[in-house]
Design a protein around this ligand. Structure first.
Ligand code: ATP
Ligand code: MG
Length: 396
């Protein structure tokens, strides 16, 4: 058993000593069986939330209506969730009601894929009621139970399936695939933020091309905002088969470029992403367009940042186009300032020194100084800047 589980064993044992069942469940069990790194250990139990809270001294109600109690023990935080079943999914995404149950088998039945439906007992036994071990071995993603029902209940599972294919390099089992295709239209009922999370994980996964190819194959793309152009999307798969995106910004930026957006904000507004992410993607796109027209300038580096330029250059490399990483490094080494605040004198100091009144003139002048410094035409010292101002005012 890996260290993360060993550390959490006392929690399972405490629950069992109180007369209930408890197991490790979910993605961490799958990842351990695949010898992959695990990030969060989830625990499922027959104890009802109120009962779990009685067992442990420190708990936090984080989703008690869904049966989840956060247990703080052994120097860690563990989500302990009561075995549950889910009632009819009224709006294709959220169960109208969850029922707490005492049987592990009922809980495992509600899970999405067989490889996500294991339970691991404290003695190391893997409980595999849906053939997950065989599917792990065969590297197959198969819906638990009847796929039609499962995707009809919750269409987000379609995106999750594509995401797991991309992360694990697993194939979609044929009836699961067919059912994902049949229900892809239900993605339009799912909140865009949740779809984004899955697609983002897909694009930055090691085997993203696999997930993306399946996304096209099940014809899910027409239900993703801004993604209707299949030809443009297919271009993404022209990248070398071992190519991986360095960051999500690069992935979404390149995608937006293929889809013909010159400003990423138009695409990303539809996806309701954070302003920061949208700005970063827009910078990538601006950099990409500039690079298509020629080499980067020091102004590009200053305005768009080294990271956008490097991400663009990496995409050029991936397409076997001529690259210019050295030029970016050289520009970066020469750049005297990274932002306005690094200018050796403030606008206020210039106003005092030259008796300039507040107004548009000082703004313009200061911007001009900034540009000259960025271009390397003006040294960033008070003396050089004051001389420059003197000269400029004289010429007016
Ligand atoms: P990750 O490695 O990304 O954490 P995970 O499989 O642990 O992957 P989670 O979203 O953390 O995914 O969910 C934990 C478990 O809960 C899953 O393994 C699965 O058993 C179940 N689960 C999560 N979301 C769904 C869903 N939409 N439908 C059915 N079961 C789900
Ligand atoms: Mg998880």
């Amino acid at each position: 058993m890996p260290a993360e589980f060993v550390k959490a064993l006392p929690i399972l044992q405490k629950i069992r000593n109180s007369g209930y069942e408890a197991y490790f469940v979910g993605g961490s069990v799958r990842d351990v069986l695949l010898s992959r790194h695990i990030h969060d250990v989830d625990i499922a139990t027959s104890a009802y939330p109120a009962e779990t809270k009685q067992i442990f001294e420190h708990t936090i109600d984080i989703g008690i209506e869904h049966g989840t109690v956060l247990v703080l023990e052994e120097g860690g935080e563990y989500e302990v969730t009561t075995f549950r079943t889910e009632d009819v999914y009224v709006d294709y995404r959220r169960p109208s009601h969850v029922n707490f149950v005492r049987k592990l088998s009922e809980d495992l039945l509600r899970r999405d894929f067989t490889i996500n439906a294991f339970a691991l007992a404290d003695d190391g036994e893997v409980i595999d009621l849906h053939g997950g071990l065989a599917d792990l071995e065969a590297r197959i993603l198969r819906a638990v139970g009847n796929p039609t029902e499962r995707f009809n209940e919750d269409a987000l599972r379609i995106m999750r399936g594509l995401r797991f294919a991309a992360i694990l390099n697993f194939d979609l089992e044929s009836t699961t695939f067919a059912s994902m295709k049949d229900h892809a239209h239900l993605l339009s009922k799912i909140s865009i933020e949740r779809i984004f999370i899955e697609l983002d994980k897909l694009l930055t996964a090691d085997f993203w091309q696999k997930g993306f190819r399946e996304l096209l194959a099940i014809e899910a793309y027409p239900y993703l905002p801004g993604f209707s152009d299949k030809t443009a999307l297919t271009h993404l798969l022209a990248l070398p088969s071992d190519f991986k995106f360095t960051t999500a910004v690069q992935a979404w930026g390149y995608l937006a470029h293929q889809l013909g957006y010159s400003d990423g904000k138009f695409l990303l507004k539809k996806w309701k992403v954070s302003r920061e992410f949208s700005t970063a993607v827009s910078k990538f796109l601006t950099a990409y367009d500039k690079r298509l027209k020629g080499d980067f300038s020091s102004e590009d580096l200053y305005n768009l940042g080294k990271s956008s330029l490097t991400l663009v250059e990496e995409m050029f490399a991936a397409q076997n186009l001529e690259t210019n990483f050295e030029q970016i490094s050289a520009l970066d080494a020469q750049l005297q300032i990274r932002n306005k605040k690094e200018i050796a004198v403030s606008a206020g100091q210039i106003m005092t020194e030259f008796g300039i009144q507040p107004g548009p003139q000082i703004g313009q002048l200061f911007h001009q100084i900034e540009l000259e410094i960025v271009k390397g035409h003006l040294q960033n010292t008070p003396q050089h800047i004051f001389n420059y101002v003197k000269k400029t005012l004289r010429e007016l």
